[in-house]
Design a protein around this ligand. Structure first.
Ligand SMILES: [Zn+2]
Length: 253
């Protein structure tokens, strides 16, 4: 707070002739309260533990073996079970293409480049608001569950699937909807896949809206989910027998 040049670097405040312990501060005024003096003491203690060298910065691998990172070294650590597997939440859906499964897996981990996620990674984005409603921050959970547009999509889909209205508060909630639906095993499998397809199409629509300035509406999104879902379910699950009429009436086995 007392630094007079807010954008200075640590290197600017360390005397070049020494590698530790000597600083050339440029305060606006000297630290004078007990709290400020304590902060200065703490700051010096941290900086004194650091050795700065004159060369370029570089990355160092702190795992086993040499200083350089290698996939083999990571594999070794994983095999030695030093890394605990994270909770397995997302289950692959076979009749949906890999690109959609990977997309959904990333969504559950909050790894989609939403505006909030981009800002978190210090990437400059003009707006923070949701691309659909503009009213709330654009997070993964907002786009796929809280947003008015998402609400309308889930409402229409629950009607189509003849199940009670879908209320989800997170992407993870969406992935268990099929488990609670009182429908046949095949329909559960269809619903699980269609949820992934629905999120994927909503994300695609969001991107087209931002990058191609295309308008979007819920009717088009639902039509796309039905059409693409039919194409993939019929061909990828080798369910050639299913007709379009049965599909749109959700009348399969
Ligand atoms: Zn929104």
């Amino acid at each position: 707070m007392l630094e007079s040049e807010k954008k200075c670097r640590v290197a600017d405040r360390i005397l070049a002739s020494t590698d530790r312990g000597q600083f050339c501060w440029k305060w606006k005024r000297m630290p004078r309260t007990a709290e400020e003096v304590q902060q200065l003491v703490d700051c010096c203690r941290i900086l004194n533990q650091i050795r700065l060298r004159a060369g370029r910065d570089s990355w160092r691998w702190l795992g086993h073996g040499s200083d350089t990172f290698s996939v083999a070294a990571v594999k070794k650590i994983v095999i030695q079970e030093e890394v605990q597997p994270t909770e397995v939440f997302f289950k692959w859906c076979k009749w949906v293409p890999s690109k959609c499964n990977i997309f959904m897996w990333r969504a559950t981990l909050d790894r989609l480049p939403t505006r909030v996620a981009l800002k978190r990674r210090n990437i400059l984005v003009e707006e923070q608001g949701c691309s659909f409603c503009g009213e709330f921050e654009e997070t993964v959970d907002h786009i796929f569950t809280e947003c008015r547009m998402a609400g309308e999509v889930w409402h229409a889909l629950s009607n189509w699937w003849q199940i009670p209205p879908i209320y989800a508060f997170s992407v993870r909630d969406l992935l268990v909807i099929h488990k609670h639906a009182k429908v046949s095993r095949v329909k559960k499998e269809v619903i699980r896949g269609l949820i992934i397809v629905a999120c994927w199409i909503m994300w695609k629509t969001r991107n087209e809206k931002i990058f191609s300035r295309r308008s979007c509406n819920v009717v088009e999104i639902i039509s796309a989910i039905q059409a693409i879902g039919y194409l993939w379910f019929k061909n990828r699950r080798k369910c050639k027998g299913i007709e379009w009429d049965s599909w749109v009436n959700f009348n399969m086995m």
